[in-house]
Design a protein around this ligand. Structure first.
Ligand SMILES: *[C@@H]1O[C@H](CO)[C@@H](O)[C@H](O)[C@H]1NC(C)=O
Length: 222
């Protein structure tokens, strides 16, 4: 039997080890946001790291444990864009509604604070331009890993809207699609319709449906 190339490359992708697909680099000197960004670019990175998925966030936390233990955060590629006045990651994506913001409310206030850090205690927070470490990364839309679990014979309930519904050939393809969309938190594969429905952040219940298989992506706190 011939295996379709697209399926083969998907399987190879899923065989990669944890964190292998992410390329972040921490800079352990202290400089302001723009200097940190320039240093990243001089090292060959696109700029400051974009950590807009649960998987990249978990990876960023892991590789910065020692630096953050010094009590100082690292600049990341999330800012109040001076032209659009919108808070976006540097690839244009918006921060997720379930992202781990500093619990103290004014730490996510971008009206006065324009820049952001992955702070010493593992939250993202808005800051003025201060001297911090920097976390570098690439901004291209690379395929990413999805970490999560499978629920057999169930379908999500409490769904008010979906991100997308796509025709797919397999559950595997549905999981891969979920990993490629930073907003995806749950993906439902329907065996009869051959559809993959992706859901964004939210709280969902589950009910029996023997024709469905669900991928529940690990969230920011899993
Ligand atoms: C971004 O900053 C401007 C001031 O420069 C402010 O008016 C705007 O509300 C900020 N945007 C957000 C989303 O906080």
């Amino acid at each position: 039997m011939r295996v379709k190339p697209v399926l083969l490359s998907m399987i190879m992708l899923l065989m990669q080890g944890n964190g292998e697909l992410f390329d972040f680099h921490a800079i352990s000197s202290r400089q302001d946001f723009h200097e940190g960004e320039s240093m990243c670019q001089n090292l060959g990175y696109d700029g400051l790291a974009i950590i807009n998925t649960p998987e990249t966030f978990a990876y960023a936390l892991t590789i910065t444990v020692a630096l953050r233990a010094n009590g100082l955060g690292l600049h990341i590629g999330l800012r109040n864009n001076s032209e659009t006045k919108l808070v976006t990651w540097d690839d244009g994506t918006f921060p997720a509604s379930d992202a781990p913001w500093m619990p103290n409310s004014d730490e996510s206030d971008y009206t006065s604070k324009q820049y952001s850090v992955l702070s010493h205690d593992g939250y993202q927070r808005a800051i003025h331009n201060k001297e911090k470490y920097a976390l570098c990364g690439n901004h291209k839309n690379l395929p990413t890993e999805a970490h999560g679990r499978t629920i057999q014979g169930q379908q999500p309930t409490g769904v008010s809207s979906s991100l997308s519904v796509t025709k797919v050939l397999s559950y595997l393809e549905c999981v891969l699609l979920c990993g490629q969309d930073h907003r995806c938190r749950v993906a439902e594969f329907n065996f009869d319709l051959l559809t993959c429905m992706m859901l964004g952040p939210g709280s969902y219940g589950y009910k029996a449906n023997s024709r469905c298989q669900v991928f529940v992506r690990n969230g920011y706190s899993s």
